[in-house]
Structures are given as C-alpha cells and as structure tokens.
Design a protein around this ligand. Structure first.
Ligand code: HEC
Ligand code: HEC
Ligand code: HEC
Ligand code: HEC
Ligand code: HEC
Length: 247
C-alpha cells in the first residue's frame, strides 16, 4: 500500500476506502460510478487572458494540435504553448492588433514591437500568459496522455470537437465512470494511429478509401467491426484495477 496515493495526506477517507479491500472497494466504486454527477464540470468555459480561437487556428488554418501541444505524444502531461510559439507568427501577423495586447505584454514589446521600458529606460521583463486551466483531474488520479494517443485514442474522445471551439470548454465529464466506460469498451474509440490528430476523422469514409482486411482476408466495411479489429490486432486491454489510476 505504501505508494498507493503519493499525496494522500488529505485523502484519508479515500485511502481507507481502498484499504477496506475488495468488498469496500466494490461498494465505493459502485457509489462513485453511479452517484458522481456526470455533468459536474461539463460546459466549464473560463474566460482566457487572450481570446485564442481553436476554430480559427486548428480548423480554418489547419494547424496540427502538436504544433502547440508539443509534449502530448511523448509525455504524460499535455503542455499549453509558451508565448514564443504564438510569436513565431504574430511577430508579423496582425502585429498591432488590440486582441494581441496580452501576447505583446508577454513578449515585452509595445504596439510597434519596440521593447518595453520603464520610467528609467530599463528593459521590462515579459510576463507569461496566465491561461486558465480547463481540464483538471484531482491529484490522487494518475493520468497519462501519450499512453492513450499512442494506442489510437484521439483528443476528440476526451476533449470533444476542440478544433471547432472558438473558446475552449469541457465537453466530457472526466469522472471515474467515464474513464471506465471506455476502458471497458475501447473499440468504440480506437482509430488508426495516423488519424489520432485528425479531428474530422470518419471511420466509414476511412474504410471506403482504404482497403482494410481482417485475418481471413475479408474486407472490413463496418466501423464497429473495424474498432474491434484494431483492439484485437494491437492487443489493447485497458486496465480496470484501482491501482491503474490511483497510485
Ligand atoms: C496555435 C496553438 C494551438 C494549437 C494549434 C492548438 N491549441 Fe489547444 N490550446 C492552445 C492554447 C494557447 C490553449 C490555452 C487557452 C485556451 O484554453 O483556449 C489551449 C487549450 C487547449 C485545451 C484545454 C486545456 C485545459 O486547460 O484543459 C485543449 C483540450 C486543447 N487545447 C486541445 C487542442 C487540440 C485537440 C488541438 C488540435 C485540434 C489544439 N488544441 C490545437 C493553443 C493551441
Ligand atoms: C502558424 C501561425 C500562427 C500561430 C503559431 C498562431 N497564430 Fe494566431 N493567427 C494566425 C493567423 C493567420 C490569424 C488570422 C489573421 C487574420 O485574420 O488575418 C491569427 C489570428 C489570431 C488572433 C486574432 C487577431 C485579430 O486581430 O483578429 C488572435 C487573438 C491570435 N491569433 C492569437 C494567437 C495566440 C495566442 C497564439 C499562440 C497560442 C497564436 N495566435 C498562434 C496565425 C497564427
Ligand atoms: C484518454 C483521454 C484524453 C485524451 C485522448 C487526451 N486528453 Fe488531454 N486531458 C485529459 C485529462 C483527463 C486531462 C486532465 C489531466 C490532469 O489534470 O492531469 C487533460 C488535460 C489536457 C490539457 C491541460 C493540461 C495543462 O496542464 O494545462 C491539455 C492542453 C490537453 N489535455 C490537450 C490534449 C490534446 C491536444 C490531446 C490530443 C493530442 C489530448 N489532450 C488527448 C484526457 C485526455
Ligand atoms: C476513450 C477511451 C479512454 C478513456 C476515456 C480513458 N482511457 Fe485510459 N486507456 C485507454 C486505452 C485504449 C488504454 C491503453 C490500454 C493498453 O495499452 O492496452 C488506456 C490506458 C490507461 C492507463 C495505463 C497507462 C500506462 O501508463 O500504462 C491509465 C493509467 C489510464 N488509461 C487512465 C485513465 C484515466 C484516469 C482516465 C479518465 C480520466 C482514462 N484513462 C480515460 C482508453 C481510455
Ligand atoms: C480508469 C481509471 C480509474 C480506475 C481504474 C479507478 N478509478 Fe477511482 N477515480 C478515477 C477518477 C478519474 C476519479 C476522479 C473523478 C472525478 O474527479 O470526478 C476517481 C475518483 C475516485 C474516488 C473519489 C470519489 C469521489 O467522488 O470523490 C474514489 C473513492 C475512487 N476513485 C476509488 C476507486 C477504487 C476503489 C477503484 C478500484 C475499484 C478505482 N477508483 C478505480 C479513475 C479511476
């Protein structure tokens, strides 16, 4: 039990519940599964310091999620980009726009992109943009992005149609029951690895355009059958034991 919950100090009830063993765990899991309000955080849409628009950048301009969320593929943690990433383009695009004032503050430049100075003429330091976190699991939950993305689960399954969002909101509950629903039925979500970052993926269309064969060399045409095939083919078996997500 030692490393079960690294930050357990304020979580005694949870730890005790797990230590009660199989019966207790079953009851707790049951309560959590059925009683935690699913819609608790769905729709949470905080106002951000800069009105950054995913629909414009990801959908209309066609930018890949990984251009900005560059760690997701290789790390447990998904990063939000630093101001420098925005500056790659906005040092020249829409230079003086009032909508980019927060970005210029972060880069310590004025509307004309001259370095900011204080009254004594000393250079002023930039302040990092304070993006407001939208999705946050409790500290006692272990989650890992790359483990999902590299197994054919798309951002879309967990974050919704972010590429169509002018302002990001939470689309899925991220409750324990929600995690387990997919761990029990991953075939509804698994897609070919090259489609994980394509939020316009349509399995029926994919099967029309690609000749995918099962082990008996029969062509797969049904999305449902395709999901099951990928799960079996890759040996995907998401775990349901408590220690998978609480360690
Ligand atoms: C040009 C950079 C850029 C691109 C490209 C981009 N994002 Fe983002 N993303 C951001 C920034 C900045 C934030 C933080 C501000 C916000 O929430 O709007 C963010 C926030 C998010 C969040 C919410 C994070 C939280 O706080 O919980 C999700 C989820 C997300 N992006 C998913 C995606 C997906 C999926 C794609 C690809 C379709 C994508 N992003 C493409 C810059 C980008
Ligand atoms: C690959 C280039 C590129 C990157 C990187 C990029 N943008 Fe943009 N951004 C654009 C383009 C192109 C437009 C549309 C300009 C237009 O409407 O003519 C735009 C428009 C905007 C606007 C609206 C400006 C206005 O006056 O209408 C904001 C705000 C903005 N971007 C914020 C950001 C932020 C914040 C980041 C970093 C998280 C970022 N952008 C990263 C290319 C980029
Ligand atoms: C299997 C579900 C799942 C998938 C797939 C997934 N995410 Fe997440 N994402 C989460 C959860 C859960 C959190 C909250 C994690 C936490 O609090 O530690 C999160 C948090 C985030 C955050 C906020 C991180 C922060 O520290 O501010 C960003 C950004 C993000 N995800 C982007 C993405 C992008 C981009 C993709 C696809 C390339 C993606 N996610 C795929 C479940 C998922
Ligand atoms: C849309 C489907 C889906 C959702 C939602 C989902 N998972 Fe998973 N999860 C998977 C798949 C698929 C795997 C990979 C199983 C394998 O490799 O056999 C996985 C693996 C994992 C692993 C093992 C990673 C490792 O390091 O080995 C953890 C931990 C995990 N998930 C936690 C979570 C948590 C916590 C949530 C909810 C916040 C969640 N998952 C939601 C599908 C999902
Ligand atoms: C696939 C990942 C996953 C597995 C497996 C898992 N949990 Fe959880 N659990 C979560 C997540 C995510 C939360 C946080 C839910 C939330 O924030 O609404 C959570 C929350 C909890 C809570 C707090 C409930 C509350 O409402 O505050 C308890 C207690 C708990 N889990 C016990 C268990 C036990 C016991 C097991 C084994 C039977 C288990 N969990 C297996 C993901 C998981």
């Amino acid at each position: 039990m030692a490393n079960f919950f690294p930050r357990w100090a304020n979580l005694m009830p949870l730890k005790i519940a797990v230590c009660l063993g199989a019966v207790g765990a079953g009851v707790v899991a049951g309560i959590t599964y059925y009683a935690t309000p699913k819609a608790q955080r769905v729709g949470y849409q905080p106002t951000q310091p800069i009105h950054y628009d995913h629909n414009l950048h990801a959908n209309q301009l066609g930018m890949d999620c990984r251009y900005c969320h560059s760690f997701v593929e290789h790390s447990g943690h998904a990063n939000v980009p630093t101001a420098n990433t925005c500056w790659n383009c906005h040092s020249s695009i829409k230079k003086g726009s009032p909508k980019l004032a927060g970005l210029r503050d972060a880069m310590a430049v004025d509307e004309n992109h001259a370095p900011l100075q204080d009254a004594d003429g000393n250079a002023v330091e930039g302040k990092p943009i304070k993006w407001v976190r939208v999705h946050k699991s409790p500290d006692y939950v272990y989650f890992n992005h790359s483990a999902h993305l590299n197994r054919g689960i798309s951002c879309q399954s967990c974050h919704g149609d972010v590429h169509k969002m002018e302002k990001v909101y939470q689309a899925e509950s991220h409750s324990m029951g929600w995690c387990l629903d997919c761990h029990r039925n991953p075939e509804k979500h698994v897609r070919p690895l090259e489609e994980v970052y394509n939020l316009d993926y349509d399995p029926a269309e994919y099967l029309e355009e690609n000749d995918v064969r099962d082990l008996d060399n029969n062509r797969i045409t049904e999305p449902e059958e395709f999901g099951k095939f990928l799960v079996a083919h890759w040996g995907i078996q998401p775990k349901e034991s408590c220690a998978t997500c609480h360690r």
